[in-house]
Design a protein around this ligand. Sequence first.
Ligand SMILES: *[C@@H]1O[C@H](CO)[C@@H](O)[C@H](O)[C@H]1NC(C)=O
Ligand SMILES: *[C@@H]1O[C@H](CO)[C@@H](O)[C@H](O)[C@H]1NC(C)=O
Length: 283
Amino acid sequence: MAATILVPLLAAIMVYSVSANFHQDVEITWGDGRGQITNNGDLLTLSLDKSSGSGFQSKNEYLFGKIDMQIKLVAGNSAGTVTAYYLKSPGSTWDEIDFEFLGNLSGDPYTLHTNVFTQGKGDREQQFKLWFDPTIDFHTYTILWNPQRIIFSVDGTPIREFKNMESQGTLFPKNQPMRMYSSLWNAEDWATRGGLVKTDWSKAPFTASYRGFSEEACVVSNGKSSCPNGSGQGSGSGSWLSQELDSTGQEQMRRVQSNYMIYNYCTDAKRFPQGLPRECLAA
Ligand SMILES: *[C@@H]1O[C@H](CO)[C@@H](O)[C@H](O)[C@H]1NC(C)=O
Ligand SMILES: *[C@@H]1O[C@H](CO)[C@@H](O)[C@H](O)[C@H]1NC(C)=O
């Protein structure tokens, strides 16, 4: 009895977790051979040396989605390097949802930097330390973007939520389709301890690895967005379009924020002498 119930359930879950093929789903857009897809499309690597970094982007454009990527960051002395993984729309009033990993000296922790831009305006940084070494293994970094909220998660643990508070006069990204981008580049003038620690080019090339990309998303083509069946309703794996944090998720996020958050624009009163952004006050 139990087995007959289990089989269709498993089948449904697998449809959503089928991991994509990089050959099919992304294109390497810059880096002159420093970005490579191997293992029949299962693995992608980006590298950085003194003359260039590299990057790739999704072929699809999304208007809402749940995007997962497993990343193994540059190991050893990664000071001055930045690995960025984000969604972004084109144009001068773009929307953007960012994960950026700021490298560090061997043994010193990476900083995970997050930001949300609406119509070209960001200034919503929150930064975290991680509770593991992100260079030893792959870890899953997820952007969930639906009409009500954006949730950033690490290995399934929510670390940040940006709610749609348009009713309180804050803009929310919801009209401009975005693509997924990732790149590895050099930012030694600011990335590590504010630019004090420079890149050690004798350790180049620096390499970050990617696998397990999954896009459960409303894909835009020819100006029309189509959402997969079941993405709006229920509580199954396809319900990302209406997903919110349950009490467990809220508790997990609270715990990460109290133990691992190292910067929060919402508590940086000095930076906003005219008053904190409205979304900070309502929280
Ligand atoms: C690098 O390590 C230092 C020392 O632990 C820390 O202060 C800094 O926040 C870390 N991250 C970056 C990106 O500089
Ligand atoms: C979505 O649902 C419609 C109507 O039930 C069905 O005809 C269609 O085949 C489904 N599409 C997918 C991709 O499952």
